[in-house]
Each structure stands twice: as structure tokens, then as C-alpha cells.
Ligand binder design. Structure first.
Ligand code: SAH
Length: 353
């Protein structure tokens, strides 16, 4: 889709145009990736972080209780994922220096030795040497959002970006190493304009992506962006504001931009609209859900944005996790879809896109 078409859809309030967008995105999803909804067990292995991203509640400056899961806790979570019938475990964390190359490689090997799970890593910016070692140890996929395609905005909200590496370079390097690569962005970050959002959507098919994660920015009151948005906001007429409608539109447009991608209905969207967020995303382009399988104590510390706990409250204990899982599976059946079996890999090469 070209710039003008994307802009028209982002702006429209015409019910017929919207209906057309939902039907087209849902039809494209159905033709390209089918009716199965893949469930990925999300395990938040460490809330320790050395970075100071302006939007994230785990930023290093905050004096909060933080923790890291032990290897045996992670293995138990992997067993829980298997028990619930999930084909993938996603290991996500802040940039915790103690998550060393060797330690993570060992975790990957242990999970691979004891389960058939696909392993997705979401451990932030890493060197090629580290990424290669994790890939050799058996990691299948990697999620790293580019967050925004506007380089100036990117630098502003990532004050330590000079210390890290260019995320786009990392996405290409991981693709070369044989990872299934996922990326995406936030909607409504202070300073993001409609033009930026159009550019974010235009960037998707140019990157080697098999997974696309998009969610609303949710202000965290104890971060610079949450505390003083006025210092960062674009002029009111330009500033993107994340409404559920806008997030559904962007998910639908992402499906049209990269028809075969695996696209989750994200937790952040489920926080923004607890009633309909997830379900309507699944009917407007998305085909993946990532239920949280992190043990309760650790999960409550993984405070990237507020109310995350509430959206996941139903998943708090092992029993409740099972109840949540039952409900999710009922919801999936109620919209005429099936639960994916197996790993739910993206079975296409990026060049076919
Ligand atoms: N350290 C890893 C994982 C970060 S958490 C990394 O940097 O990739 C995963 C995603 O949560 C981030 O990529 C970001 O897009 C999102 N996120 C963080 N803070 C958020 C907030 N306040 N509102 C909405 N999404 C947020």
C-alpha cells in the first residue's frame, strides 16, 4: 500500500471504509496464514535492566525491586507451556548483564533437551557473537522492535542508544543467522506524528520480518515520558494518540503490508481495551496470542507499563493460568477459529513476501 492509501485508512472514520479494512485484513489473514491461532508462552526471565529507555518502567534509574528467574524456574515454566499445549516459549527480559552468553545458551540447551518447544528470544540488543552462540544453542526466533522508524525520535526516547547497536542492523544480522525475526513498533509515543506512523508501516515489508508486534504506548507514571509528556509531545494536531480503533487499524494495515507474517494481538492492546482489544485484533488481522506463563512473583516485578498485572490477573497462579488458558481457548472457538498445534513457524522465506 502506498503512503497516501495508508494515510487515508489511518484517518478515516467512515464506517463502510472501516468495514472494508476489517474484512480485507481478516480475509488476507485467512488466505495467507489460516484460521489457527498460535499460542506462545511468554516468560519474563529478568526485570533487571541496564538501559534507560524513556517509556519503559524497567529503566535502570528506577529504584525498584527486581529479580531474575533461576534456570530451574525457567525450565518449570517451559514444562507449563508444554502442559498447556503451547508450541513456543518466549524468553523476554530487560538488558540484564547477568544474562550472559553462556548462561542463556545453557538455558536454551536445557529447554531443547527436555521439550519440543520452539524458542523465541526477546533479550534486547546483543552482539553478533552472542546472537550466533544462542542460535547455535538452538534458539529459533528473536523479537526486537524497532520501536519507531523516525531516527530522531528513536534517539530521544533511547538516551543510551549510542552504547547499544543499531536495531535495524541487528535485525538483518539475525536474519542472516537463520533466526525467524520479529519486530514492530509502539503507537502513540509522545513525539510520534501520523507521518511517522505511516513510515513505520512502510518500513515493515522492507525488513526481513516473519513476526510483527505492534501495541499502544501506555504511559508509565514513573518514567520521563509518563511524568512529563509535555516536554516530548508533538503539536496536538500532529501527535498520534493510541485509541483502540487506531491500534486495530494499524494491525489490519500491517497484515496487508506483510500478508504472511505472524502477528500477535498484544497484551498492551488488551490493557487498553480489556473487553474487546484482543478479540477484535484477532478478527482484524492478528493470528497469535502470547499468554503470560511467568510465575506470579516474578511477573509482578516485570513492570514495563501499568495495569499489565490487571490484564494478566487471571493468569496469576498456576491454577488460574489454566483457567485463563481455558477461557482463551473458548474465546478462540467462539470466533470460529482453532488453536494452532505444533510450533507455529512462519513457513515462508522473506523474499517471497
Ligand atoms: N529489553 C527487551 C524487551 C523489552 S519489553 C527489548 O528491548 O527488546 C518488550 C516491548 O515492550 C518493547 O519492545 C516495547 O515496545 C514495549 N514497551 C515497553 N514499555 C512500554 C510502554 N510503556 N507502553 C507500551 N509498550 C511498552
Amino acid at each position: 500500500m502506498n503512503r497516501q492509501q495508508l494515510q487515508n485508512f489511518l484517518r478515516t472514520t467512515d464506517p463502510e471504509a472501516l468495514e472494508l479494512l476489517w474484512l480485507t485484513a481478516d480475509g488476507m489473514r485467512r488466505c495467507e496464514v489460516g484460521d489457527a491461532i498460535h499460542l506462545r508462552g511468554l516468560c519474563e526471565i529478568s526485570s533487571i535492566c541496564s538501559r534507560r529507555c524513556l517509556y519503559c518502567g524497567l529503566r535502570a534509574d528506577r529504584q525498584i525491586k527486581r529479580d531474575r528467574m533461576s534456570m530451574s524456574e525457567i525450565l518449570r515454566a517451559a514444562e507449563k507451556a508444554v502442559e498447556l499445549g503451547y508450541g513456543t516459549i518466549v524468553l523476554q527480559a530487560g538488558e540484564d548483564p547477568a544474562l550472559s552468553r553462556e548462561w542463556v545458551a545453557q538455558v536454551i540447551e536445557l529447554i531443547k533437551d527436555s521439550t519440543d518447544l520452539a524458542i523465541t528470544l526477546s533479550l534486547g540488543e546483543q552482539s553478533n557473537e552472542t546472537l550466533r552462540e544462542w542460535r547455535d544453542a538452538g534458539a529459533d526466533r528473536y523479537l526486537l522492535r524497532f520501536e519507531t522508524s523516525n531516527p530522531e525520535l528513536y534517539r530521544r526516547i533511547h538516551p543510551d542508544s549510542k552504547k547499544g547497536r543499531n536495531r535495524l542492523d541487528q535485525l538483518w544480522a539475525m536474519h542472516e543467522m537463520g533466526y525467524q525475526v520479529g519486530s514492530g513498533f509502539m503507537i502513540g509515543v509522545p513525539g510520534q506524528t501520523e507521518n511517522d506512523l505511516v513510515n513505520d508501516l512502510l518500513a515493515l515489508p522492507r525488513l526481513p520480518l516473519k513476526m510483527i508486534g505492534i501495541g499502544p504506548y501506555l504511559p508509565h507514571p514513573e518514567t520521563p515520558l509518563g511524568q512529563h509528556p509535555e516536554l516530548y509531545l508533538a503539536p496536538p494536531e500532529d501527535q498520534v494518540v493510541a485509541t483502540p480503533l487506531l491500534v486495530w487499524k494499524v494491525i489490519a494495515l500491517a497484515r496487508l503490508q506483510v500478508p504472511k507474517a505472524n502477528i500477535p494481538a498484544t497484551t498492551a492492546l488488551a490493557v487498553l481495551d480489556e473487553q474487546e482489544g484482543r478479540k477484535l485484533a484477532l478478527q482484524r488481522g492478528a493470528n497469535v496470542v502470547m499468554p503470560n506463563i511467568t510465575p506470579a512473583a516474578q511477573r509482578s516485578l516485570y513492570d514495563i507499563y501499568p495495569s499489565k498485572g490487571r490484564a494478566e490477573a487471571a493468569e496469576q497462579t498456576s491454577d488460574a493460568m489454566t483457567t485463563f488458558d481455558d477461557q482463551l481457548k473458548r474465546d478462540i472457538a467462539s470466533i470460529g477459529r482453532t488453536v494452532g498445534t505444533g510450533r507455529g513457524d512462519a513457513l515462508w522465506s522473506w523474499k517471497e513476501n
